[in-house]
Design a protein around this ligand. Structure first.
Ligand SMILES: *[C@@H]1O[C@H](CO)[C@@H](O)[C@H](O)[C@H]1NC(C)=O
Ligand SMILES: *[C@@H]1O[C@H](CO)[C@@H](O)[C@H](O)[C@H]1NC(C)=O
Length: 508
């Protein structure tokens, strides 16, 4: 009885505190929510008053450097082409650096990508593109670029406001402004502005700083940096939440974007268009009299061609051992030869290391690789083809039975897709893009990690009989076509349509 009379008031007091806390937090959330809504409404009204009215039936593409010739621009022009084909009445606006005209951009798209775009779109010139150049900001680069991009977006909107804006260059800090202006936003992200890997790296660098007692004052600096990165990542997540449709170019990017952006729905994975149609027109069967493997990569350190040479040497050593065994058996007059009769293929095969050099360091790397090749005893069976023109590369791909790739954690691996389109069986590194996006189905190639695994795959591919090889090559080509222009266009249109951005509501 005495215990109860003690416990009861305690429980009552605890309950009272709980209720008080709950009421308080609900109040706090409610009040801040209302304030936020009010701010948004006021901001919207303020911005709408300053900007021109919406251009009816229009879709904008925000791409400041639309006149470049990189993968991002290929995405832009393929997307524009898709809209022109599917919605011919649409008014397309392209927001890009001042000085470009629709005609000059079409000529560029045609020469850089063999893409045939109608010059019926309108160019909205942006005059302050230096605002987003990283070179303008030695310090706080990400933050200043982000603010610069919002400024640039305002610059564009004050000339014309589309109903839908497609961002194909990843300037996420413009999205809130677009939404306030009443524009729906679709984003196509190649690469997150800040990634969880980057945060991890900043943190581990801080730990390294702390260990270095000699650097006074640095722990504080790196702490500031960590806080800056975290705040920036939170802001990036919030602005990413302002999108209506999110597309990403790879599983890797999808993983990061879905972790960072404040969205409930998963981003749509729309692979970027690769130039595979001509490769896919090559014949699938190979002249097996001149059997060879190909390696296609720039001569950069991370491409690790040395590993390919060592694996090839290992495969040859094993085949040579088998050959010696057989010779010994024959000279001893043993009737039954127990070794596989196919090892000759490995000894007869060549490896063609194809790639381009960007600078003197790359050229030095080629010299080192040649030396390694001699040291491994491969001088008679390895060829280096440096800076070969595309037509020659294409021919080499069309004759190879297997293609090697050894870069660790490559985000994609376009060379692997090119192997596959050409009907060359890929032997790729078992990580990132090759593992998550390209060779998800094991029936169209090999994923390896150690030199042993590479040597096994090389042996298997070289010794394969023609019917099995054709079967794999056919599956590989089929998979490579997932990365074609047509697939990209389908995926792009479907994502906009599913998100309700297309077809446009003409009275909205
Ligand atoms: C696309 O491939 C064809 C041949 O396959 C080549 O002539 C053209 O230059 C390539 N275009 C690009 C942008 O790579
Ligand atoms: C996505 O874009 C990034 C940055 O341009 C690139 O490194 C990566 O290879 C792309 N992924 C695919 C699947 O093309």
């Amino acid at each position: 009885m005495a215990i109860l009379s003690l416990v009861a008031p305690a429980v009552l007091i605890a309950l009272a505190f709980l209720v008080f806390g709950l009421v308080n937090s609900v109040l706090f959330l409610g009040v801040s929510g209302c304030l936020f809504l009010l701010l948004v409404l006021v901001g919207k009204a303020w911005i709408r008053r300053r900007l021109p009215t919406l251009v009816q039936n229009s879709v904008g593409f925000f791409h400041p450097f639309a006149d470049s010739g990189g993968g991002g621009e290929r995405v832009l022009w393929c997307a524009v082409r898709a809209l022109q084909d599917a919605y011919p009445d649409l008014q397309i606006l392209i927001y890009c650096k001042a000085g470009n005209t629709a005609q000059s951009l079409c000529v560029r798209a045609s020469s850089a990508f063999s893409l045939d775009v109608d010059d019926t779109f309108e160019v909205i010139p942006l005059t302050h593109c230096h605002l987003i150049s990283p070179n303008s900001y030695p310090r706080w680069t990400m933050l200043q670029q982000a603010l610069g991009s919002a400024h640039l977006a305002y610059d564009g909107l004050s000339q014309a406001v589309p109903q839908v804006m497609v961002d194909t260059s990843g300037w996420a800090f413009m999205y809130p402004l677009f939404r306030l202006a009443g524009v729906k936003v679709a984003s196509y992200t190649h690469y997150p502005t800040i990634s969880t890997d980057m945060l991890q790296r900043v943190i581990s660098r801080q730990a390294a700083f702390n260990n270095d007692a000699g650097v006074a004052g640095s722990p504080l600096k790196s702490l500031v940096k960590v806080v800056y990165y975290y705040l920036f990542a939170a802001a990036y997540g919030a602005v990413g939440g302002c999108t209506n449709v999110v597309m990403v170019n790879s599983s890797w990017t999808r993983e990061h974007i879905s972790k960072l952006w404040w969205k409930f729905t998963q981003p749509s994975l729309v692979y970027p268009p690769c130039n595979v149609s001509q490769l896919a027109a090559l014949k699938l069967d190979r002249k097996l009299k001149s059997l060879y493997l190909v390696s296609l990569a720039q001569f950069r350190p991370e491409k690790d061609q040395a590993k390919q040479l060592r694996a090839f040497a290992l495969a040859r050593q094993r085949a040579a051992a088998l050959e010696r065994q057989r010779e010994a058996a024959i000279s001893q007059g043993t009737a039954v030869v127990v070794v596989s009769p196919f090892f000759e293929a490995v000894l007869a095969a060549r490896l063609k290391v194809v790639g381009s050099c960007r600078n003197a360091e790359d050229e030095e790397r080629v010299v080192q690789l040649e030396a390694l090749s001699r040291a491994l005893g491969l001088n008679d069976c390895v060829d280096f083809c440096v800076n070969a023109p595309f037509s020659e590369v294409q021919q080499l791909l069309g004759g190879a039975v297997g293609g090697l790739h050894t870069m660790v954690d490559e985000h994609f691996g376009i060379s692997i897709v090119e192997y596959m389109a050409a009907g060359t069986i890929p032997i790729a590194h078992n990580s990132a893009g090759p593992k998550m996006d390209i060779l998800v189905d094991k029936s169209c190639g090999y994923l390896c990690q150690s030199e042993e695994e590479y040597a096994n795959a090389i042996t298997e591919v070289l010794q394969m009989d023609q019917s099995r090889r054709m079967k794999i090559a056919r599956a590989a080509r089929e998979r490579a076509l997932q990365f074609s222009d047509e697939r990209f266009q389908e995926g792009f249109l479907r994502a906009l349509e599913r998100g309700g951005l297309l077809p446009l509501n003409l009275h909205g």
